[in-house]
Design a protein around this ligand. Sequence first.
Ligand SMILES: NC(=O)c1ccc[n+]([C@@H]2O[C@H](COP(=O)([O-])OP(=O)(O)OC[C@H]3O[C@@H](n4cnc5c(N)ncnc54)[C@H](OP(=O)(O)O)[C@@H]3O)[C@@H](O)[C@H]2O)c1
Length: 242
Amino acid sequence: MRSENDFEGLRVAITGGTSGLGLALTRLFARSGARVAFVARTAAAVERTAQEIGAHGIVGDVGRKDDIYPIALQILTHLGGPDVLVNNASSLGPVPLALLSDTECEDLEQALAVNVLGAFRLTRALFGALAASARDGRGAVVVNISSDAAVAAYPRWGAYGASKAALRHLTAIWDKEEKDDGVRFLSLDPGDMDTPLHALASPETDPSTLKPPEDAAAEIAEAIRASLRHGREAFRPVGSRA
Ligand SMILES: NC(=O)c1ccc[n+]([C@@H]2O[C@H](COP(=O)([O-])OP(=O)(O)OC[C@H]3O[C@@H](n4cnc5c(N)ncnc54)[C@H](OP(=O)(O)O)[C@@H]3O)[C@@H](O)[C@H]2O)c1
């Protein structure tokens, strides 16, 4: 049985677990005794990360509709159903970043496919298992990784910013709809981190001015811990009500 105070035995699924924030989260949860399944597209990196961390690696592209059920099935088979899903994998859209008037429709489509539809489809595919976790009193949390570009209108960040704004709003509505049943949805902005994605978007930035992804992962883990605790306190399964 999982302790109230740590992540021992928690079942965690993370998309984009081979680099940056997702890798830091995968390491943090695995080190804390959680059972972790993570997803990324590059098979060699998935295998390397799985071996290094002792987590279950899944090769898949969350931006591809046909990959979603195989990914969800592997998560369910390996974890027996997640208590926590972190939709972290992300597409920038056009690289180098481009003005909207220079953005190809396909690049906008890709940002929406990964950042919005991918997160939506995977959450839908796992929702029954998350709701069962909540009913069992384990708590259930979906974290959708956001960005300041979801709220600020940065020139050249149009495809990414619009997709992250949509994801943020989706998260807020989903949380209102499901919180009475104990499934919580969080939209969390990790801040500017020293990762390959940031280097791709802003190659001119000095990486030493950026946050280590491990720091952002620790903050996100704390938010998950608090949400699980509140969720378990606020939601009492029917059979356990006084
Ligand atoms: N870095 C920042 O400063 C910053 C700031 C604000 C928000 N964020 C957000 O933080 C999150 C993590 O970003 P990061 O900087 O850590 O990125 P990163 O270092 O580029 O890592 C991205 C991870 O996602 C995987 N991935 C990418 N596309 C995927 C797809 N379609 N399906 C499955 N896996 C996929 C990558 O592996 P493969 O390429 O092998 O698939 C990799 O494991 C993102 O949601 C990003 O928008 C980042």
